[in-house]
Design a protein around this ligand. Structure first.
Ligand code: UDX
Length: 427
C-alpha cells in the first residue's frame, strides 16, 4: 500500500520505519527542509536504537521517500498518518496549530479516497473537528474518512514496541476505515481495540495518566517508607506479584519525565477543569512528580549532616530515561538545576548528551566527573552505571555517599566497595 506520513519526530520516523518494514511504500513529509535533506543522506535526527539502520535500509530499497512538501494527490496514498507535535501551551492544553495547518493544506490535495489517521496525541473531539473542517472547506465527503490511531511506543524501545504492541487502538466511524487500518498493520500479531473516534483519543490520555499515577503512587509510598524505615523496593516487588497490580511502572525514583507523561497529564487535567470537572487524583499525580526532585535533594542534604557551602556532587545521567538522547522534561536535568540553585557544585556525565545547564561542568569520562566530589547521584538508569568498578568510584571520590536516584544499583556491591548507599525510600 502507498502510505503518507506528515510530521517526522519520534513517532513519525518510527511509524515510517515500521510501515516500510511491513512492505508498504511510505512517503514522509516534514516542513523542516534541513531535516529532510539530512534524512535523504541517511542522517536520522534522533537517537533510537535500530532506527537509523532501518531507515537507511528502506531508503535504499525504495520503500521510504522523504519530501519537504505535500504533493497533489499525495503520491496516490490511500492512508495518510498525521504525526505532528502537539506540545503543551502555558495553560497545559495541547497546541493544535501544526495539526490545523496540515489539515488545511491536505484539504486541497485530496484527489481520491484518503483515510486520514491522527496519530498525534489530541484531546477527545479533535478527530471529529478534523472531519468537520474538511467538510467545511468543501472536500467531497465520499473522498475521505478520519480515524484515530494513538501510539504507545516508548523511547529507547520504540521499534520493538511498534512491531510487537500489546494492542492496536483504532477509533473509526466506518467499517471501511477499520479494515484499511487492519490492512496497514498486516504482519503485526496483536489484538485490535476498535472504538469511537473520541474513545480512542481518550484511551491514549487515560493510559498515560494511569501509568504516571502508578509512578507517583510509588514515589509517594517511598516517602512514607523512608519515614517508617521500610524498603520501598521490597514493597514494590511484593505488590508486583499480584496480577491485578502487575510489575510495571512501580519503580520509585526522581519522578517521570519525557515528552509524553508530563504533557498528557497536564492536557487531561486542563480538559477536565476547563469543563468544571475536578480531578484531585490527577492533580496529586502532578504535584508529587513536581516535588519529587526537591524531596530527593532534601534527603541528600540531610544525609550530609551539617551544611557546608559549595559541596561538590557528581551526577551521572542527563536524559529522561536510558537509551535515548531525549532530555525533554528530564528529571536529571531538573535535579542538576536545583542542585546548583541550592549551592552545590555539579559535575555531570551522560553517555549521549551534554545539555547546557548553567554552572554545571560536563565530563567526557564518568570516573573523571567524580574527582573532589562528596557524593555521586545516579539520575538516569543507563545500564553502564550498573557495571561500574565501585572500588574505582570510591578511590576517585572525596566523600563516600552514593545516592541512587533510580533505585537500580546493586546496593551490596556498592557498600562492599565502601560507599554509603542512599536510595529513594530505602533506609
Ligand atoms: C511513554 C509511554 O510509556 C508510551 O506508551 C507513550 O506512548 C509515550 O510515553 P516514554 O515517555 O518513552 O513512553 O517513556 P516511559 O518508559 O514510559 O517512561 C516515562 C518516564 O517515567 C521516564 O522518565 C521514566 O524514568 C519514568 N518511570 C518509568 C519511573 O520513574 N518509574 C517507573 O517505574 C517507570
Amino acid at each position: 500500500m502507498n502510505i503518507g506520513i506528515i510530521g517526522l519526530g519520534y513517532v513519525g520516523l518510527t511509524t515510517a520505519a515500521v510501515l516500510a518494514e511491513l512492505n508498504h511504500h511510505v512517503i514522509c513529509v516534514d516542513n523542516d527542509s534541513g531535516k529532510i535533506g539530512r534524512l535523504r543522506q541517511g542522517i536520522v535526527p534522533i537517537y533510537e536504537p535500530g532506527l537509523e539502520e532501518c531507515i537507511t535500509r528502506h531508503c535504499q530499497d525504495g520503500r521510504l521517500l522523504f519530501s519537504d512538501r505535500m504533493e497533489d494527490g499525495f503520491g496516490g496514498c490511500q492512508v495518510i498518518f498525521i504525526t505532528v507535535g502537539t506540545p503543551p501551551l502555558d495553560n497545559g492544553s495541547p497546541d493544535l496549530s501544526a495539526l490545523s495547518a496540515v489539515i488545511i493544506e491536505l484539504a486541497n490535495r485530496i484527489r481520491s479516497f484518503t483515510l486520514i489517521v491522527i496519530k498525534s496525541t489530541v484531546p477527545p473531539g479533535t478527530c471529529e473537528w478534523v472531519a468537520k473542517t474538511l467538510l467545511d472547506i468543501g472536500v467531497d465527503p465520499t473522498q475521505y474518512d478520519v480515524a484515530s490511531n494513538p501510539e504507545f511506543l516508548r523511547e529507547g524501545t520504540a521499534l520493538h514496541d511498534m512491531l510487537h504492541p500489546d494492542r492496536i487502538v483504532i477509533g473509526v466511524r466506518t467499517e471501511r476505515a477499520a479494515s484499511l487500518l487492519r490492512e496497514v498493520y498486516t504482519g503485526i500479531d496483536t489484538i485490535y481495540t476498535v472504538t469511537s473516534l473520541s474513545a480512542s483519543e481518550m484511551i491514549k490520555y487515560a493510559s498515560n495518566a494511569f501509568l504516571a499515577a502508578k509512578i507517583s503512587f510509588v514515589n509517594e509510598l517511598s516517602r512514607v517508607c523512608d519515614a517508617l524505615g521500610v524498603d520501598v523496593a521490597e514493597v514494590s516487588a511484593g505488590m508486583s506479584q499480584d496480577v491485578r497490580i502487575g510489575p510495571h511502572f512501580l519503580q520509585a525514583g526522581l519522578g517521570y519525565g519525557g515528552s509524553c507523561f508530563p504533557k498528557d497529564v497536564g492536557a487531561l487535567y486542563h480538559a477536565a477543569v476547563s469543563r468544571g470537572v475536578a480531578m484531585p487524583i490527577l492533580r496529586a499525580v502532578k504535584e508529587i512528580n513536581d516535588t519529587q526532585v526537591d524531596w530527593c535533594i532534601d534527603k541528600l542534604s540531610e544525609s550530609f549532616g551539617d551544611f557546608e557551602e559549595h559541596r561538590q556532587v557528581a551526577v551521572w545521567g542527563a536524559t529522561f530515561k536510558p537509551d535515548t538522547d531525549d532530555i525533554r522534561e528530564s528529571r536529571a536535568v531538573l535535579l542538576m538545576k536545583k542542585l546548583t540553585e541550592s549551592g552545590y557544585q555539579v559535575h555531570a556525565y551522560d553517555p549521549l548528551v551534554k545539555p547546557e545547564v548553567p554552572h554545571v561542568w560536563w565530563f567526557n569520562d564518568m570516573y573523571d566527573a567524580l574527582v573532589h566530589c562528596d557524593a555521586l547521584i545516579i539520575a538516569t538508569e543507563w545500564s553502564l552505571f550498573q557495571d561500574v568498578d565501585w572500588s574505582e568510584v570510591t578511590k576517585r571520590m572525596k566523600g563516600n555517599l552514593l545516592f541512587d536516584g533510580r533505585n537500580f544499583i546493586d546496593r551490596k556491591k556498592a557498600e562492599e566497595a565502601g560507599l554509603r548507599y542512599l536510595g529513594v525510600g530505602r533506609p
